[in-house]
Design a protein around this ligand. Structure first.
Ligand code: CO8
Length: 258
């Protein structure tokens, strides 16, 4: 496995774990962190022995945003030429389901990183926000687009225009968080959800994630056409035959990921 300096990477069964590890900066996302997260997630994505990925941080911070000290002196041209946007787009394009296990601060780019994942599990200590307005900028890793889709225009507008944080309970009520769990149980719970997902057939997981992504991006009629096409294509997999035979024979399916 590749050597990383800002993240810890580990495989547990069929689940790939990525733990942000810059405690001195509350896991602020600098260029190196981005490159390492993208490299680790892409490597897991290319490995058919992996059926789910968990991204997590520390108890105090999932990630307190993009690295302000790194960005401070950058010009607009630097931002474009540094290809930060492309790097994060590569992370969002991972086909394997990704779970964000969020404890503590998920602010700015940290909140945006969580929103690039498919499921957000939050510790009751979690705090979410898009405070970029306090720095004289706006969200740049998808916050203004994904937060609206998660919580609706008015909640997103209030958070983005005031920069205030919301706690885990408010985030769950708003629909940003899949589920809130006691902080001490966050990683176990993330592991359980990830194991459950990873036990399914990979082609159907990829298909489900692609259909969910399509729902975020396309008008309803186009999304429905996409879903029907992908649904039909799964009937050419051995795992569809196995899954339905297992149901009829009242046993657990033995998926082969093909
Ligand atoms: N960047 C760099 N360093 C950070 C960051 C950050 N985002 N957040 C915290 N740190 C550092 C602090 O500077 C401090 O370091 P030091 O001890 O050397 O001074 C250390 O982490 C601990 O932080 P604090 O002492 O501030 O801890 P507190 O418990 O007092 O406060 C907070 C915690 C409230 C989280 C506070 O640190 C904070 O407000 N952080 C900044 C939050 C923020 O504004 N985030 C948004 C950043 S902008 C962004 O994310 C844009 C995303 C788009 C990027 C587009 C690129 C493609």
């Amino acid at each position: 496995m590749a050597e990383y300096e800002t993240i810890l990477v580990e495989t547990r069964g069929r689940v790939g774990w990525i733990t942000l590890n810059r405690p001195e900066a509350l896991n602020a996302l600098n260029t190196q962190v981005m490159r390492e997260i993208v490299a680790a997630a892409s490597a897991f994505d290319a490995d058919t022995a992996i059926g789910a990925i968990v991204v997590t941080g520390s108890e105090r911070a999932f990630a307190a945003g993009a690295d302000i000290k790194e960005m401070e002196s950058q010009t607009g041209l630097d931002m474009v030429m540094g290809d930060h946007f492309g790097g994060w787009a590569d992370f969002a394009a991972v086909r394997t389901p990704v779970i964000a296990a969020v404890s503590g601060y998920a602010l700015g780019g940290g909140c945006e990183l969580a929103m690039m994942c498919d499921i957000i599990l939050a510790a009751d200590s979690a705090k979410f926000g898009q405070p970029e307005i306090n720095l004289g900028v706006i969200p740049g890793m998808g916050g203004s687009q994904r937060l609206i889709r998660a919580v609706g225009y008015y909640k997103a507008a209030e958070l983005i225009l005031t920069g205030r944080m919301m706690d885990a309970a408010e985030a769950e009520r708003a629909g940003l968080v899949s589920r809130v769990v006691p902080a001490a149980e966050l990683l176990d719970e993330a592991g359980t959800v990830a194991d459950t997902i990873a036990s399914k057939s990979l082609p159907s997981l990829y298909a489900a994630k692609a259909a969910l992504d399509a729902a975020m991006e396309t008008p309803l009629a186009e999304g429905l056409r996409f879903e029907r096409h992908v649904f039909a294509s799964l009937f050419d997999t051995a795992d569809q035959k196995e899954g339905m035979a297992a149901f009829r024979e009242k046993r657990s399916p033995d998926f082969q990921n093909r």
